[in-house]
Design a protein around this ligand. Sequence first.
Ligand SMILES: Cc1cc2nc3c(=O)[nH]c(=O)nc-3n(C[C@H](O)[C@H](O)[C@H](O)COP(=O)(O)O)c2cc1C
Length: 373
Amino acid sequence: MENDPLFKPLRLGALKLKHRVVMPPLTRMRSKQPGNIPYALNAVYYGQRASDGGLLITEATDINPQAHGYNWVPGVYTPEQIEGWKAVTAAVHAKGGMIVNQIWHVGRVSHTSLQPDGILPVAPSAIPATGQIYTSEGQQVPFETPRALELAEIDAIRADFVQAALNARAAGFDAVEIHGANGYLIDQFLHDASNKRTDQYGGPIENRARFLYEVVDAVTAVIGADRVGVRLSPWSNLLGMEDSDGVALWESVIAGLGKRNLAYLHLIEPRADFTDDESPLDMDAPDVASMFKKTFGGPIISAGGFQPSTARAAIASGNSDAVAFGRPFIANPDLPERLRRHAPLNQPVRDTFYGGGAEGYTDYPTLDQVAAE
Ligand SMILES: Cc1cc2nc3c(=O)[nH]c(=O)nc-3n(C[C@H](O)[C@H](O)[C@H](O)COP(=O)(O)O)c2cc1C
């Protein structure tokens, strides 16, 4: 099937892929407690989804204790967490796959009950996210008004991104993906509705993009740009993201990233709402891969509501170099093989997306298991 666009080899910086079916970051809230430590069950899950020459990106991973916004999300800042991740990367490498660690700081998308010492979450400005959040006890409450970061704290968070990237490499990850999407800390700096700072990190676009660029430059300086990807979600309004001039913002930010020789840019198409399985695709939403492919210049991974046919078309168009399938990868451990064979797909069950154990995590059957039944 070498005519299938999904199964053409691709190079993303230092990563040599044999196919273009990527697993995007998927928060599953199943680390070992206490300590938010990846463990054997997580290694089974990622190992099941690995394929020869295929690329997996981990769930968003805390760079420090303050980065935490949801129970049971793993970190990559303690020795135990780094050890735990080694089993995950080994399971993926044993199948010839590659695995990238998505590193994040949630910023204001947290709650005092989830923060070290029970203090307020931080953000570029003291403006709350929209919607609700779960406390550490599992109660749904409105977001609190966060505390605006001091300049010295911004420096410290940047340093924690760098240390997390080094830790990820020490744990055997092939690269890191900096989470600049979906309303978390870096995205909060980018958008003018959540960033009202009057210092060098606020105001004009180049100031709001400064934190992203500084993190990217500091991380690439220590692990190499060919092992760094960035994820963005242009025109997503998740968690209160809004900007008065989206076209100018994304043109500028993506052009800036384009100068940095990154392994890839990972763009989430705004047409799909991954928080709700019932909403139809919004086909009037901007097609961000086609808008920004030239601006970026390097390889683009696209995500957001893709079907096998639309994924093939996106790659054939030349705007996307690889396609990430989120919910389909939750339900289909052997997704690349199913796509190669044009086989039917298992349907994901939303009730077991977040938290729990093996159910809805490592028990979705492969094609071979279905055939043996
Ligand atoms: C359960 C779940 C968890 C997710 N967790 C993350 C995450 O940790 N980091 C991230 O960048 N995106 C996350 N996303 C977004 C997905 O990576 C993907 O962009 C989205 O699901 C759209 O792709 P799909 O339509 O193929 O599912 C998550 C999505 C789902 C459904």
